[in-house]
Design a protein around this ligand. Structure first.
Ligand SMILES: [Zn+2]
Length: 227
């Protein structure tokens, strides 16, 4: 009697769905870590940006300071030899401007240091969260991988148990890798999935006589009503 084989096909179908759910959970869990990694990388990139800005600010400070000293030296040398007043004033003005820029650079340096300190605290927190979540994620993944292997094993056994006609039909359908599984039912005289119209004869053969048939359009295997 084919009822028993349809019962196995139904089990095969639900195992396949369970397997997909396990894989989905695994993927979701992996994405949790991926997301955190992206956030961590963003923070690290920003920190690196700040560090290179800090270097250039420090370089600018060093150069401005040197220029300011030179201006001051020029001004006092000119003064000592009784040089041109306008020239002296111009050197002094430039020295003052450079001093203002030094203050601005110093302020920026301090701000960068503070931002870097914040980043460090944030990254340390993120690291802690990451480790906690990683443990959780790994446990979930392991558990679901076990579910996948168990389903795989059971599906393999079912395939081996099936009589050749059922097995060959199932293997042919599996090769097509159909979305949402390899099985369908008759729903209001049509294939539940692709809505292909099924003849009365086919419907009776599938649902009443439990004959093995595939949908002519989407090639999914019909599970008889009540199986
Ligand atoms: Zn169909």
């Amino acid at each position: 009697m084919s009822a028993e084989w349809f019962f196995k096909l139904k089990e095969f179908d639900s195992l396949g769905k369970m397997r997909i759910n396990h894989l989905k959970v695994i993927q979701e869990q992996e994405q949790r870590l991926t997301k955190l990694n992206i956030r961590r990388q963003e923070q690290l990139d920003e920190a690196n940006g700040l560090k290179s800005e800090l270097l250039s600010v420090q370089q600018n400070y060093f150069e401005a300071e040197k220029k300011m000293n030179t201006c001051e030296e020029q001004a006092s040398r000119l003064k000592a030899v009784g040089g041109d007043e306008a020239k002296i004033a111009s050197f002094q003005k430039e020295a003052t401007n450079l001093e203002d820029s030094l203050f601005a650079l110093l302020e920026r340096t301090e701000a960068i240091h503070l931002e870097l300190e914040d980043k460090k605290t944030f990254l340390a927190g993120l690291e802690k969260t990451y480790q906690e979540i990683e443990t959780e994620v790994n446990e979930e993944i392991q558990e679901n991988q076990k579910g996948v292997s168990q389903a795989d094993l059971r599906m393999k056994l079912i395939l081996e148990e099936l009589p050749s006609g059922f097995r060959e039909t199932l293997e042919r359908t599996l090769k097509k890798n159909l979305a949402v599984g390899s099985f369908t039912r008759i729903d209001n005289g049509s294939c539940f999935f692709c809505r292909y119209k099924i003849s009365r004869t086919d419907e009776s053969e599938i649902d009443m006589q439990q004959m093995l048939k595939v949908c002519p359009q989407c090639s999914r295997i019909f599970l008889p009503y009540g199986s």
